[in-house]
Design a protein around this ligand. Structure first.
Ligand SMILES: [Zn+2]
Length: 166
């Protein structure tokens, strides 16, 4: 069970993701820029060639999740309460939210702590009309001091915008 947050604005968006996974699977490989079919994409690897989050130069972000209704209700309340904070929607607010332990550190807090499972990493994607920036922290979000993002120039395609409207 992972947590994904998406904040959309007029011309840009911000995505944050906690990767909640069995501790034995490890935190994965560091963030890298990959070149796939002449398009740059930024993502961390699971060490076996796969990933759970990626953003490409067109500003398209993909994330892999599963669903759990019980966890969703606990985390939904924490997210609802966090929206009342004065800096709600900012990147720093999103990092605090994903590092939070409402109800105490455990299986239902956004930053997960169990004997066998925890939030192994935190990823953040910022897409603007001119750039795609991905930051990644390998470790529990609550232990994150800072993240060092990788940035690529965005290929802004009017064709994509038109097809999204239709
Ligand atoms: Zn934590």
């Amino acid at each position: 069970m992972c947590t994904l947050s998406v904040i959309t604005r007029d011309k840009d968006y911000l995505v944050a993701m906690n990767r909640d996974e069995k501790i034995a699977r490890g935190a994965g490989e560091p963030l890298e820029t990959h070149h796939l079919h002449d398009t740059a994409a930024i993502y961390p690897s699971d060490g076996a060639g796969g990933t759970w989050i990626a953003a490409n130069a067109y500003g398209i972000t993909l994330a892999l999740l599963n669903w759990n209704d019980i966890v969703e209700s606990f985390r939904g309340e924490a997210c609802h309460n966090a929206q009342k904070e004065s800096d709600a929607g900012s990147a720093s607010w999103l990092r605090r939210l994903h590092a939070s332990h409402a109800g105490g550190p455990g299986p239902f807090s956004l930053c997960v702590h169990r004997d066998d499972v925890k939030s192994l990493s935190y990823s953040e994607v910022m897409v603007t009309p001119t750039c795609v920036q991905v930051g990644h922290f390998r470790g529990s979000p609550c232990a994150m001091a800072s993240i060092h993002p990788i940035e690529i120039e965005r290929i802004y395609s009017l064709d994509l915008e038109i097809s999204a409207v239709q």
